[in-house]
Design a protein around this ligand. Structure first.
Ligand SMILES: *Cc1c(COP(=O)(O)O)cnc(C)c1O
Length: 408
């Protein structure tokens, strides 16, 4: 397939935009400036990136569904049947039967009464936090490592916001003790699996504490849906706490490999969001192809457990290999395995040298992670073969020693 590009881009200078030169220079000085990596193949275990075939340890394509024939076929069929787009927002005339069906399917998948699908996981977090916490008397209590979209949802809400140190339950409890009395609505929000560290939220403790203060618990399972718990139903299912958690967030953009986000909750929450959630009311709905892709992905999650088993076997094997060599993989318990380097330039150098060896693992640096926690983040998928993993581990060992990160 060919995609036309403009041969010559016009160049215009604006004195009002000079600040950009300054800002970009600052990024270059601190080693933070980067060019986009270009994916020239589908997202898969071995991908063509910047003209080079590499073992790809950087996607969220946990189950390899981005290229699954059933998903592709469903997307094609839905495009033929329903067109390429809805040209409307959900609340006007952008809800097709297929959107409704997916919401029912997702609710069943998560074990809740109802669900609402939005354009992305990012939009979903904003939609829920902003619409539920709409008054200055509301409070939002959030783990310090929660995703940016939760932070932005809090900023757009009217709530007073409090942050507890990562997974620190004493701090959570003491924030509630101080601020819950007198608050109109209280919400505790946490990632289910933390996206940079791959550790799991202490949901049993959070649910117990929330119960004592009548606080709403919202779990963002972007990296857990399709990955954790039976059939990939997420962290609440993993802990057996589905019916104790009122708000479950998932994404359709990671393991599901399409695009979108959803909130699974009560029927009343669905009715509420249909009237109050700004991304639902003011931004157009998904093309049917995306929705049909997600339906096919759910079929696979519910019937093909082999992928999930391979994912976890691969993740455990790769993590153990890194740990045995002496790398610091932090608190990781999931297929997200950080290799903590602790320095921006060294992390960048490691990424570059590994790329030359045919391995792609993205470096993640300040401000995405704290200073001193600069890292390479790896995500293993079910589609990596043993050979891929051995090749990648050997390269990590070689480059780790070469850069003095490992001393044996
Ligand atoms: C990726 C991610 C999101 C955003 O999901 P998108 O569908 O990509 O917008 C939200 N929350 C967490 C924890 C994530 O990791």
């Amino acid at each position: 397939m060919t995609i036309k590009t403009t041969p010559e881009a016009p160049v215009h200078k604006f004195s009002s935009m000079k600040f950009l030169t300054q800002e970009l220079d600052d990024l270059k000085k601190t080693g933070q400036f980067r060019n986009l990596k270009i994916l020239e193949s589908p997202q898969q275990a071995v991908s063509l990136i910047n003209g080079r075939e590499v073992i790809n340890l950087t996607s969220n394509n946990y189950l390899g569904l981005a290229t699954h024939p059933a998903l592709i076929e469903n997307a094609r069929a839905a495009t033929s049947a329903f067109g390429v787009g809805t040209a409307a927002v959900r609340s006007i005339i952008g809800t097709q039967k297929i959107h409704q069906n997916l919401e029912k399917r997702l609710a069943l998948f998560k074990g809740t009464e109802a669900a609402v699908v939005l354009q992305s996981g990012f939009a979903t977090n904003i939609a829920v936090v902003q619409s539920v916490l709409s008054d200055e008397q509301d409070i939002l209590i959030s783990d310090e490592l929660n995703h940016a979209s939760i932070i932005d949802g809090g900023r757009l809400s009217k709530a007073k916001r409090f942050i507890y140190p990562h997974k620190n339950m004493q701090a959570l409890e003491s924030l509630l003790k101080t601020h819950a009395p007198g608050a109109r609505r209280r919400m505790i929000v946490t990632d289910g699996v933390f996206s940079m560290d791959g550790d799991v939220a202490p949901l049993p403790e959070i649910v117990e504490i929330a119960g004592r203060f009548d606080a709403i618990v919202m779990v963002d399972d972007a990296h857990a849906s399709g990955v954790m718990g039976p059939q990939g139903r997420g962290t609440p299912a993993y802990f057996g706490l589905t019916d104790r958690i009122p708000i479950h967030i998932g994404t359709l953009s990671k393991a599901i490999a399409a695009m979108g986000g959803y909130v699974a909750s009560t029927q009343e929450m669905q009715d509420f969001l249909f009237h109050k959630a700004r991304p639902f009311l003011f931004s157009s709905s998904h093309p049917a192809s995306v929705i049909a892709t997600c339906m096919a992905a759910l079929d696979i999650l519910e019937t093909d457990s082999a992928r999930l088993h391979r994912l976890w076997d691969n993740a455990r094997h790769f993590k153990a290999g890194l740990v045995n060599m002496g790398f610091n993989t932090g608190a990781s318990e999931t297929p997200i395995t950080p290799v903590i380097i602790g320095d921006t330039r060294l992390a960048r150098a490691m990424e570059e040298r590994l790329f030359e060896e045919g391995i792609f693992a993205l470096s993640i640096t300040y401000p995405t992670v704290a200073k001193g926690k600069e890292r390479l983040r790896t995500i293993i998928t079910s589609e990596h073969s043993n050979q891929h993993l051995e090749t990648a581990l050997a390269a990590f060992h070689k480059i780790g020693r070469l850069l003095g990160i490992l001393n044996k």
